[in-house]
Design a binder for this molecule. Sequence first.
Ligand code: SF4
Length: 287
Amino acid sequence: MDYKHGKGIVVEVDEYEWELPGGIVIRANSQLLIYVLGAAFADQFSHSKYTAVVCQPRARHGDGPVRTATYTRRELMAFLELVRERARATEVPGAPLHAGKWCRWCPKSGDCAEQDRETSEQAGASFDELPPEGGLEVPTDPQLLARKLLWVDAIDVWCRAVESFAQRLRENGTEIPDHKLVQGKTNRRLRSVPELVQAVKDAGLDGSKLYQEPKIKSPAQIEKLGKPFKALIGKKDAETGDFLYTMKPPGKITLVHSSDPRTEVTLDQLAQFTDLDEEQTEGDWDE
Ligand code: SF4
């Protein structure tokens, strides 16, 4: 069982297709599979099947917060062979490096020549020159766009890693040419609420104006108020089956990889959403 507290990266139990020794092909998440291997080792592979369980309660997933994948002993043994082979390959001097979105978890990220080279190639950017004024060129060819989209995450990882590595160096005393450390902007805060309330009263002003109208809680927060609230908010119209007190507005349309488990929005549906948006915008203006 792997408990994931994060919600930024939704963990897929069947993230990639793996071609294993012996012609075995499985879909799996290699991190989970390595955990399962650890458990299988601990009991000397005495079971015929092992199940990996991911529990990620804070991230939304179509299959719910708990997802599982089961592997046979034979599949695990084949994966073990692959892991051993790859681990041995890293010990060869000059072993090839491969940059990708996995660099996020690597301590060399932001200070790795291979990551720089690959990012530069994929983003069409030469780090020997200053960036072009209009920004980097965006391809228009759908095939090329599809390939570049696969690199967006990895390039984003590289950008964050370069920023944080450079800041760490500067904070430790290294000069970074043309760059300096500054304090971020902050918003004003009240020093003391009781003192301000008293000052307003002393000045003969209306103290109630210091406060805002109470704000209604979200459906999820209302559900947490207890069973009666949960039952009330979950009530449905007997005829239509729609929830009486809650509704989901259409989500923002986003282009994602075809492996994403969500249902595809067709162009017809897209046109309907656009019409709906326009109607809602007009309605907003009427108010
Ligand atoms: S940062 Fe470099 S060493 Fe680390 S995973 Fe990426 S390519 Fe490999």
